[in-house]
Each structure stands twice: as C-alpha cells, then as structure tokens.
Design a protein around this ligand. Structure first.
Ligand SMILES: [Zn+2]
Ligand SMILES: [Zn+2]
Length: 120
C-alpha cells in the first residue's frame, strides 16, 4: 500500500496539537472521575464497573443490531450496535458484576461472595 503524504502546514500543526491536548484533558478527567466516583447512582443503574462507567466510555461499535447471549444465564439480548454487553442486566445485578465487561463492580479480583457459574 502506498499513501500520498499530506503537506505540512500550520493547519495540520494546530489540528494535531489541539486534538492531542483535548485527548490528554479527556484522559485526565476520566482518571479523576475513576478516583472520585462522582456518579455512583448512575453507575449502579447502568450496572457497570468503575472502568467501564468512568474510563472506557469511548466505545466503538458498528451500527448494526446485534443479538448475543448472556454469559451466565444464556438468555438472548439485542443491542443497537456491535458493542455488546457480556451479561444481561439481571445477572449483573444478581452477582454484582459489570454487565458490559463481566468484571466485579468494584474491580476486585477476590471477594467473599462466590463467583457465579454459567448456567448453560
Ligand atoms: Zn443473564
Ligand atoms: Zn466493566
């Protein structure tokens, strides 16, 4: 593959610099939110772990209705994009797990409560 190089100009400089600065600002804001947990009610309503709710918010998915199965109960769940959740919301709530990625809601690797087993 060969790509035609873009001519450097002041516009390119300004575009690159400001987009990198905005990205750094956004990462910083996400890390602050991760540490200070400003919206625990919203996070609990969405049943998402600290990472998914506060940091991993730029989810890229193809725009196609996608049906998949819950990783615990096996129920079919439909999403409006290809960026699907790992669990249904009910299983997430029941087992205190993130419905999007399947990790513990507080991102613990060990806890007193038993980890669930897939029922299918
Ligand atoms: Zn389920
Ligand atoms: Zn998650």
């Amino acid at each position: 593959m060969k790509r035609i190089g873009r001519k450097w100009d002041r516009c390119l400089l300004e575009y690159s610099t400001s987009s990198h600065k905005n990205h750094i600002k956004s990462i910083r804001e996400k890390l602050v939110a991760f540490d200070t947990k400003p919206d625990e009610e919203g996070r609990s309503n969405k049943q998402e772990c600290l990472y998914c709710y506060y940091v991993g918010t730029d989810r890229i998915g193809g725009s196609a209705y996608t049906t998949t199965t819950c990783g615990i109960c096996g129920k079919e769940v439909t999403f409006s994009s290809t960026n699907t959740d790992v669990l249904c919301k009910e299983c997430g709530k029941e087992h205190d797990l993130c419905k999007h990625c399947g990790s513990d809601m507080q991102m613990r690797l060990r806890r007193k409560k038993e980890w669930p087993e897939a029922r299918f």
